[in-house]
Design a binder for this molecule. Sequence first.
Ligand code: ZN
Length: 166
Amino acid sequence: MAHHFAIRQTTKLKIDRSNSPVNSMLRRSDNLTPNERRRAMRAVKGRGTAPERRVASILRALGIRYRAQGDLPGKPDFVLPQLRAALFVQGCFWHGHGCRSKTPVTNRLYWTRKLMRNRRRDRRVRRALNGRGWTVLVLWECRIATREDAMRAVARALGRAARSGR
Ligand SMILES: [Zn+2]
């Protein structure tokens, strides 16, 4: 495993890992949960979606601690323990954002059902998290297309979490 990382580190990687939480996660790799390990691996491989990496970088810049937490409902992309907030980066199509409300023309019934199921699941996840005292924050892909947009969206989301008063 270590060997594998070493090779990766010298080759790919566009993301800055010099002082990233991923790096510290790798350093204490003995105590990683499976979910943390998956996330770390993904980051090292330079995968993880661009929007997610953008948000991660902004959270780090703002000094907001975050972690991945697979045991929370819906597997939030970022868990912010200080704010007791669960942050989801959501694709507009899959999660039915109004900006992309058109269902594809072919197989319309299939897509309508599928996207409806996704939205129902999102609602269920939100209720479950709220029920456990977590504030749910959603960052829509279309709102975080650039770093500037993402900065604003993240700031708004954090403000919302702070106001929710925990
Ligand atoms: Zn959208």
